[in-house]
Design a protein around this ligand. Sequence first.
Ligand SMILES: Cc1cc2nc3c(=O)[nH]c(=O)nc-3n(C[C@H](O)[C@H](O)[C@H](O)COP(=O)(O)O)c2cc1C
Length: 343
Amino acid sequence: MPRVGIILASVRDGRRGEQVARWVAEAAAHRTDAEFELIDLRDHPLPHLETEKPALLTRGAYEDERTSAWAAAIAPCDGYVIVTPEYNHAMPGSLKNAVDHLYVEWNDKAAGFVSYGVDGGVRSVEQLRQLCGVLQLADVAVQASLTLADDFEDRTVFRPRESHARTLDMMLDGVVRWSEALAPLRSTATRPAASGATATDAATAETEIRTRIAGIIQGIRAKDLDALRRIYAPDVVSFDVEPPLQHVGVDAKLKNWARAFTVFDDVSYELRDLAVEVGGDIAFAHAFGRLSGTLATGDRTEGMWVRGTFCFRRIDGAWLVVHDQASLPVDMQAGRPVADLEP
Ligand SMILES: Cc1cc2nc3c(=O)[nH]c(=O)nc-3n(C[C@H](O)[C@H](O)[C@H](O)COP(=O)(O)O)c2cc1C
C-alpha cells in the first residue's frame, strides 16, 4: 500500500495551514487505498541551505543531522500532498528551502496540492508545478484551492465549501494511483542486479541505507519503538554492548531499546564517520555512535563512544538491518572495556 505524506508548509505563528492540513488528514483517514501521515515543517527546522554541493550530487549523504532527519521523513513516502499558502504571489520560503535540501528523495513519486490564500493560493501551486519538473515528481492536475473569503468564517475559522471535499478526494485518487504506477520506476532505480549494477543504482541504494540509519537516530531520539521496528528484519541477530551475547529477533532487539529508554528521561544519539558499502542486495555500514542525554535520575550523561556495524539485506525492495553489533575495545591486560576513547 502506498504511503503518502501530507506536508504542512506554513510554519508561521497563528498559521491557518494547520486547520487545512487537519481537514486533508481527516479525509485521507477514511481511505483504505493508502497510508497517510502528516509531515509538519515546524518539526523540521532546517537552516537556510548552506551546503556547497546540491542534494542532486550528494544523493542522500547528508552531513547535517537536521537534513538527515528531514530526509528520513520524506524518503519513505511514495507520494505527497502539499498543503501550501501563498505569500506575495509565491510559495512560502520555508517550503522552497525544505524542498531544496533533498533531491533523490523526491524522484519518481507523485504530488498533489491543497492551497489557500486571499486568491486561493493558485500562484503558489503554479510555482510548485514548475519545481516538480526538475524534481522528477509527477504533479496531479486536480487541486483544491481555498479562499479566505469563501472557505474561512470571518477569514479565520476554516469552513470549506462542500464542493471542495469532492475535489480533495479526486486529487487524493490521483496521488494514490500515480504513487502506485510509478513504483516500478522507483524499484528499478533502487534494485541493482548482482552484475551490471550501475554507479547510480549503488548511489541510490546508499541513499536509502543512510536514510534508514538516520531513521534509527530519529527513532531513538523520539523513543519511538514502532519506527525502530520498521528498520530491522524480523529475524535480526544483534550483538549489542549489553548482555546477553546475542539478541535474536526484532522483539529482543526492541526490548533492549525499551530498557535503555527507561534509563533516559531525554535521550540523544550521535553518529560520526558513517561509511556505507553496497554490493547487490547486501550492504554494510560502520560508524562511531554515542548515546547521551538526561537520565531518569535527573543527571546528565555524555555516554561513551562505541564502534557500530550495521549489516543490511534488501528484502522485498526494502533495506532492513539483519545484523548489527556495537562494541567497546578491551584492555586485554586488565580485562576491562575501554570507554573513554573519542573518534
Ligand atoms: C507575507 C504574506 C504575504 C501574503 N501574500 C499573499 C498573496 O500574495 N496572495 C494570497 O492569496 N494571499 C497572501 N497572503 C495571505 C495568506 O495567504 C494568508 O495569510 C494565509 O493564511 C497564510 O497561510 P498561513 O496562515 O498558514 O501561514 C499573504 C500573507 C502573508 C503573511
